[in-house]
Design a protein around this ligand. Structure first.
Ligand SMILES: Cc1cc2nc3c(=O)[nH]c(=O)nc-3n(C[C@H](O)[C@H](O)[C@H](O)COP(=O)(O)OP(=O)(O)OC[C@H]3O[C@@H](n4cnc5c(N)ncnc54)[C@H](O)[C@@H]3O)c2cc1C
Length: 505
């Protein structure tokens, strides 16, 4: 059932077994799975069901670190969450997203990556990834190049000692926006309220249970929800923000006994690291090497990663890149001059080497509570409800990985005779050239030890009995791959756990 919260009476009290805050990919997956398992769920969604441009006001925040997109353009309030913004042309629906699971090494505790290591290995996620593939509208859980017949019989111009091809799958945004509407609408035990923003979690007097979620509707009425279990699924910036502003019984915020909430904010570093003037102009016309194309009904794209042996020997982070046919005329002036100096391109196009790399967990890269009252707070005259403040900070290992990856691209591509490589990143310009992928991770990180993580291996906030978190804020590390497949897999896993907890209760 879908209910417009603007029709609720002021002081309405909602109730369910589980209250989920947020209806993005994480919250919707969790709610639909729980509903299927027979659990009564209420979802509180801040934004609208339809596209509503005024929702951006709810996502405004401050940026005080490395240059970052305005926060209101980096996530979305509304049914489907940030999937509403997905616009990648993968040849379906018409727009979608890029998906790939984490690699096994991403979950390992790596001696050269401080604070790395998930509480479990990749096997714990495999069956949930299979279900996630289905939910996201993808093909089978097969990310081998051979599985999609993309290896061109092993005679591949871009396979070098340090790089190997990998596969990403593409899926339609509609799986989290248009498609679930009818299912949620028809569900007996799922009630989704939209236009209602949670501004505070109230703790029981004992301080170890959430007893109520306080919210304001878009017409200014105050409502609240009670439940046996609460799940925060508001995204990697809102999850810590809501914990930090809920200070009624915990002065530092809920779950923040060790000062960890909001710390270790991670993104994927994106940049045009190099341009490749291909030795053979024909490579631009070989979609198997770079473009999205549909194999047995599934859109796939070939990208390249640094081989695990090199990552381990050189103590690097996860690093991948795509080769993007790019019109020379559309490149920045400095890149066009570099191409001219190198003798020019044979045609109007070159291959851009677009990198996407892992960010190491860094306590200084963080989301805090700003001094500015947020939109919900202004409506309610509730000054405790503050905007988030983001300080995105790369560390030495991040920069070293990006520069070493670029060096390997230049050396090995030139040695392999694939063309002329012109590199772009330097220690001096790197801060200006990097941008994020709107992947907000790590801010309520998972660890078995409460002194090192906000949630435990079940995604339960350590210091509370009935508060759980869904979404990439729980990732202790984020690899190089886009996060949503792992977010969905973790949400499926969480639904099964919550069903058991409720059954036991
Ligand atoms: C332009 C763009 C392109 C992207 N491309 C990709 C891609 O190709 N592949 C990929 O894997 N990922 C991609 N991402 C990232 C992806 O969208 C996110 O990882 C994913 O949406 C996170 O899901 P979520 O449910 O955790 O959070 P969100 O999608 O942010 O959803 C959170 C929901 O919670 C609601 N909410 C927040 N706070 C409150 C509150 N206090 N009360 C009530 N409701 C609240 C919000 O309104 C929102 O609907 C992209 C993101 C953007 C912006």
């Amino acid at each position: 059932m879908i209910i417009d919260a603007r029709t609720l009476d002021s002081s309405s009290k909602l109730h369910a077994d589980v209250c989920v805050i947020g209806a993005g990919p994480a919250g919707l997956t969790l709610a639909l799975e729980l509903g299927r398992l027979g659990v009564e769920v209420c979802v509180l969604e801040s934004g609208s069901i339809d596209w509503d441009p005024s929702s951006y006001r709810l996502s405004v925040g401050e940026n005080v670190g490395l240059l970052y997109k305005d926060l209101e353009h980096s996530r979305w309030r509304g049914f489907g969450g940030s999937a509403t913004f997905w616009s990648l042309d993968v040849g379906v629906d018409p727009a979608g997203a890029r998906y790939r699971p984490l690699d096994p090494i991403d979950l390992e505790s790596r001696s050269w990556v401080p604070r790395s290591g998930w509480p479990f290995g990749i096997d714990e996620l495999t069956s949930h990834y299979e279900k996630a593939q289905e939910i996201c509208g993808l093909g089978p859980l097969d990310y081998t190049v051979g599985g999609w017949a993309l290896d061109r019989d092993g005679n591949h111009p871009f396979v070098t000692p340090s790089f190997e091809p990998i596969v990403f799958q593409g899926g339609p945004a509609g799986r989290f926006t248009r498609d679930p509407l009818a299912v949620v609408g028809a569900s007996e035990n799922l009630r989704l309220y939209h236009h209602v923003t949670v501004h505070e979690l109230e703790m029981q007097a004992t301080g170890d249970r959430v007893c109520e979620a306080h919210a304001v509707t878009r017409v200014g009425s105050e409502v609240s929800a009670t439940a046996a279990i609460f799940v925060l699924a508001g995204g990697g910036i809102e999850n810590p923000r809501l914990l930090l502003v809920s200070r009624g019984r915990r002065r530092a915020g809920v779950g923040n006994e060790h000062g960890l909430v909001g710390t270790h904010f991670m993104e994927h570093f994106h940049a045009l690291t190099a341009v490749l003037i291909p030795g053979e102009p024909g490579w631009l016309e070989q979609p198997a090497l770079h473009s999205w194309h549909v194999v047995r009904g599934t859109p796939v794209q070939q990208m390249y990663r640094i081989r695990e042996t090199t990552v381990r020997s050189d103590h690097l982070l996860g690093y991948c890149f795509s080769l993007v046919p790019t019109a020379v005329a559309g490149l920045p002036a400095d890149v066009r001059s570099d191409i001219e100096r190198a003798g020019g391109a044979p045609g109007d196009w070159i291959l851009g080497v677009d990198v996407m790399s892992e960010q190491a967990p860094n306590p200084m890269s963080r989301v805090t509570r700003s001094d500015r009252v947020d939109h919900a707070g202004l409506m309610l005259m509730a000054p405790h409800s503050r905007q988030p403040s983001l300080s995105w900070q790369p560390a030495d290992l991040d920069v070293r990985t990006l520069l070493r990856g670029q060096e390997l691209v230049a050396e090995e591509f030139q040695r392999a005779g694939v063309g002329t490589v012109l590199t772009r990143l330097t220690r001096e310009n790197i801060d200006r050239e990097l941008y994020g992928g709107d992947h907000h991770m790590g801010t309520t990180r998972m660890h078995d030890d409460p002194a090192q993580g906000v949630v435990d291996a079940d995604c339960r906030v350590h210091s509370t009995e009935n508060l759980y978190i869904a979404g990439s804020s729980v990732f202790p590390t984020g690899g190089y791959a886009n996060p949503t497949l792992t977010i969905v897999a973790l949400a499926v896993r969480l639904a099964a756990r919550l069903r058991r907890v409720l059954g036991a209760g």
